[in-house]
Write a protein that binds this ligand. Structure first.
Ligand code: 13P
Length: 335
């Protein structure tokens, strides 16, 4: 019923010269980001943190969409204007994180399952009415001794497929995000294996539950070694491994692929995105970063509004470089 509209929104999200800002950190993650720069984690400070970015003139030149948290989609700027209205007026598509976070997978120590399906149909209706046109659900896959288990991969793939079907029923484009964490000392080969395993299962479930892949975006980790692995990889090795996995596991009809930064430094996330995007695939590819776009700016702001301009210029710099990278035109001299 909504398919043409879903296809249109999905295409817009991965449009040329643009990417997505993930401004949807959970309350506890947002508080952690704030306390790391000496700002108390209150509702108003989280609101000021969002306003820092949403008020930047011309962000729409590099952003197709912004993913919001449930708290943020209900908040206003300091003049009383709803954040979601600010984004819509700039021509940015508002998105909403709808999962309720990852919890321990029962009887499987060290593995996670993401909660939030109960009541989701009703919540999606409300978000649609508020103006959200896409959603995000993050599943967490951990690499370690004997993990990820088949049970963890199957359970998360099933839940991601149910979430996607509910989104499309509500006229909302689902972003499916099975994040293979870079925590640990695993090799790039193990990351490649785990990423391929979850993506194969995920797309089998999505097809089984009749999800229209042309109205869906995949949000993926890059295929990289664990952050404590002794052998790190070059951007070209990362690009080759990432594209190899996608070619083997992601159907060509998927509307686009976007990347999370996952704890990489902003420069690494930009260099690696550039190497990946230089290799043409059948899918449009771009960024959907939280930390790699926001962290350097937050580090400057530290809650001091005297530093707003400098912090905003830094955000625009990271955004500009990320756009260059999604076009395969980034060079480290641009830093
Ligand atoms: P990072 O870019 O900080 O990994 O966040 C992206 C995201 O949306 C994780 O769910």
């Amino acid at each position: 019923m909504h398919n043409e509209e879903l296809h249109k929104i999905a295409k817009q999200l991965v449009a040329e010269n643009k990417g997505i800002l993930a401004a949807d950190e959970s309350i506890s993650s947002a508080n952690k980001r704030l306390s790391d720069v000496g700002v108390e984690g209150t509702e108003d400070n989280r609101r000021r943190y969002r306003q820092l970015f949403f008020w930047i003139p011309k962000i729409e030149e590099g952003l197709s969409g912004v993913i919001l948290h449930d708290e943020t989609i209900r908040q206003n700027d300091e003049n009383g204007k709803p954040f979601i209205t600010i984004l819509i007026e700039k021509g940015i598509i508002p998105g909403i994180k709808v999962d309720l976070g990852a919890v321990n997978l029962p009887l499987f120590s060290d593995e996670k399952i993401t909660e939030g399906l109960d009541g989701l149909r009703g919540r999606l209706k409300e978000y649609y009415k508020m103006g959200a046109r896409f959603a995000k659900w993050r599943a967490v896959i951990t690499i370690g001794d004997g993990i990820p288990s088949d049970a963890c991969l199957d359970a998360n793939a099933y839940v991601l497929a149910q979430y996607s079907a509910l989104c499309q029923e509500a006229g909302i484009v689902p972003i499916v995000e099975p994040e293979v964490l870079m925590d640990g000392d695993h090799t790039i080969e193990r990351c490649e294996k785990a990423t391929g395993a979850i993506l194969k299962r995920l797309f089998a479930e999505l097809v089984k539950y009749r999800v229209d892949l042309e109205g869906l975006i995949l949000k993926s980790n890059m295929v990289i070694p664990g952050k404590d692995c002794a052998t790190q990889a070059t951007p070209e090795e990362i690009a080759n491994a990432t594209l190899r996995v996608f070619h083997n596991s992601v159907p060509e009809s998927v509307a686009g692929i976007v990347f999370l930064s996952g704890g990489q430094s902003p420069k690494d996330a930009t260099e690696n995105l550039n190497a990946i995007c230089k290799q043409a695939g059948p899918w449009p590819m771009t960024f959907s970063y939280a930390r790699a776009l926001q962290a350097p700016s937050l580090e400057i702001w530290r809650g001091d509004d005297g530093k707003l301009q400098e912090a905003r210029d830094m955000f625009l710099k990271r955004l500009h470089l990320s756009v260059k990278a999604r076009n395969g035109e980034y060079r480290s001299e641009m830093e």
